[in-house]
Write a protein that binds this ligand. Sequence first.
Ligand code: DP6
Length: 354
Amino acid sequence: MIEVQRFHAIAPSNIALLKYWGKQAGGEQWPANASLSLTLHTLHTATVAHRNHEGEHQVTLNGQRIYRGEAGAQKIFRHLDRLTTVAACSNKLTITTKNSFPTACGIASSASGFAALTIAGLAACYGTESLRVLADEYEWTAARMADLARLGSGSACRSFWGGFVQWSPGSRPDAQTYTQVYDHTYWPLWDTVVLVASGSKPILSSAGHEHAWSSPLFAPRLAGMAEKLQQFCAALTHRDLGRLGPLLEQEALEMHGVMMSAEPSTRYFGGETAAVLAWLRRLRHDEGLQLYFTLDAGPNIHILGEHGDQQRLHHRLAQDFPHYPYLCDSVGAGPQLRLLDNEDASWSAEPCRL
Ligand code: DP6
């Protein structure tokens, strides 16, 4: 019997400090502005891939088999078609993928999901479990893999490096660049994600990106982006949370301002989220805790801080919002790839602390 080689990739999620919101015309997922993110450690997607002889990709997502043509599955199948074509692989792929965070907790999985799918898929096509071999022998450097993953979901391209990562649009859709600004050892920030609400988004990010241009706030936002990026970089250079934090909050609220003032207007969070944001600001003011929030396209709140303040935050969350679960995370080192033993049943992603 021929032994099937199964390739196991783990790709982290990332949280944008400076947001990607709005794409330029020209395709290839060309962002309207540069973005800057922090790669997470615990929140990740684990994906196992192998070549099959079935004539069709076989995909199991969080324990559930999905099929081409089903709503929500199309992006994944399209990505697998793109990947096997570009890798000149004559087989289809069998994919099993799991998130380390509970399904439907409202945490976006597209960044880690498309990054892990890209790495595991390419590893299976070329039959190597080495990221070095992929880069050196097959020219699949992290940047080229990021270019491919981006076509599945834009934010996935930042998950190919640990630490702090910048994604820049460049002058053409095919001249986008990625920079690891600092690695994961540079500044040990942590991120507590407060799960205020679960369920589906009022509108998918891909449609939201399109609507951004209709907001009267979008053009002035883009005009100020270069300067804002410099301010973020200066705060990172000095590891100055007192400088980074206000920028972080202002940026998240500005993105949501664009979303809400676009046509159609979209509101990704409600009163429960607003109450936690106000509470956090009070906590900072009254107790001097250096804690700052950011938001994605959803109602959950990422609270960033340093060292000892996390315990104090969790204590206060348990007191004041006992009904909201939260996930604890920190700055991560980036993706991993390995070959799975046939006996190895324990590949499943580590569950996060809830
Ligand atoms: C709000 O990457 O989900 O998280 O490229 O259409 O798949 P697509 O969009 P997506 O957009 C994420 C937007 C964001 C901000 C960010 O991650 O920078």
